[in-house]
Design a protein around this ligand. Structure first.
Ligand code: NCD
Length: 306
């Protein structure tokens, strides 16, 4: 039985195969409408979510399965003090697969140790978010027709942004990838990413504070929200929250085929005027999120398919 806790739980080959399946699903979703008939997905969300939870649920419903779960810690026995280990033991009796989002780093990994069913990490604190990464990879591949030979700019809260950490880990395995990390000093990517993922493997990267200085060389610009809920004090959040606002004026300096991604939710980081620019890919990501999650559920449940 397999779980997906960290993006590296899938090899490059498995990742590519999963993206191929997601592309086939996107072309013809109807072909997959009954493949998970009789199967149940549990969504255990201890933190707020719109897209991740609903896209997991939509994915399972699209496959002909059904869904159950909770969408806040308050409405689960966590509020009575139950451990994740005990909760997952119970959920293993009700469902065939589960997606778990938790504010504590490592909670989904811990759950997977006690689980009898595949566990999918739907975001653990400021740590990892592997299914958003699959969504991002599918979108990049569709826009650029490759996942190698790319210069990727990641901008905003690189410290607490779990989608950033997972995307860097996964993309760093492809050939000739260069990263441009754009953030205020206080929100730089953690050492375990810069030291252990990038430096140790000689992957070229630079850390800068200004988008304007680097936008012209980017193939992808991945914008992120400042992660308010992970700040210890409000003052720091208020000081940093509007560090970057991508406008059409800034986009004038970018390549005509650069793609702008954002995991969403957006707060202020991308001006609404950018939404109509053909380079804006963040609403494509939302749609792709359903297809990759359909592909992932099928893969982890080892569902036979064409
Ligand atoms: C992200 C998350 O939850 O980490 N959202 C998402 O899943 N699409 C990004 C964010 O909350 O800023």
């Amino acid at each position: 039985m397999r779980s997906l806790i960290d993006p590296l739980d899938l090899s490059v080959m498995e990742t590519n195969q999963l993206l191929d399946l997601a592309d086939r699903i996107a072309e013809n979703p109807g072909n997959y409408s009954g493949v998970c008939k009789g199967k149940k997905l549990a969504t255990l969300f201890y933190e707020p979510s719109t897209r991740t939870r609903l896209s997991f649920e939509a994915a399972m419903l699209n496959l002909g399965g059904s869904v159950l779960g909770f969408s806040s810690a308050n409405s689960s026995s966590a509020s009575k003090g139950e451990s994740v280990a005990d909760t997952i033991r119970a959920v293993s009796c009700y469902a065939d697969i589960c997606a778990i989002r938790h504010p504590k780093e490592g909670a989904p990994l811990r759950a997977s140790k006690y689980s009898k069913i595949p566990v999918i990490n739907a975001g653990d604190g400021g740590h990892q978010h592997p299914t958003q990464t699959l969504t991002d990879l599918m979108t990049i591949r569709n826009k650029k027709h490759r996942l190698d030979h790319l210069t990727i700019g990641l901008c905003g809260d690189l410290k607490f942004g779990r989608t950033v950490h997972s995307l860097i880990k996964s993309l760093a395995r492809y050939e000739d990838i260069r990263f441009v990390l754009i953030s205020p000093e206080e929100l730089r990517a953690p050492d375990y990413i810069t030291e252990h993922v990038l430096k140790e493997r000689n992957i070229p990267f630079e850390e800068v504070e200004s988008i304007d200085d680097v936008i012209s060389k980017l193939d992808i610009l991945y914008m992120t929200r400042v992660q308010k809920e992970r700040f210890f004090n409000e003052e720091d959040y208020i000081r940093l929250k509007d560090s970057y606002i991508l406008t059409l004026d800034k986009m004038r300096g970018a390549k005509p085929d650069m793609a702008v991604l954002h995991p969403l939710p957006r707060v202020n980081e991308i001006a609404l005027e950018v939404d109509d620019d053909p380079r804006a890919a963040y609403f494509d990501q939302v749609q792709n999120g359903v297809y990759v999650r359909m592909a992932l559920i099928m893969t982890l449940l080892e569902v036979e398919h064409a």
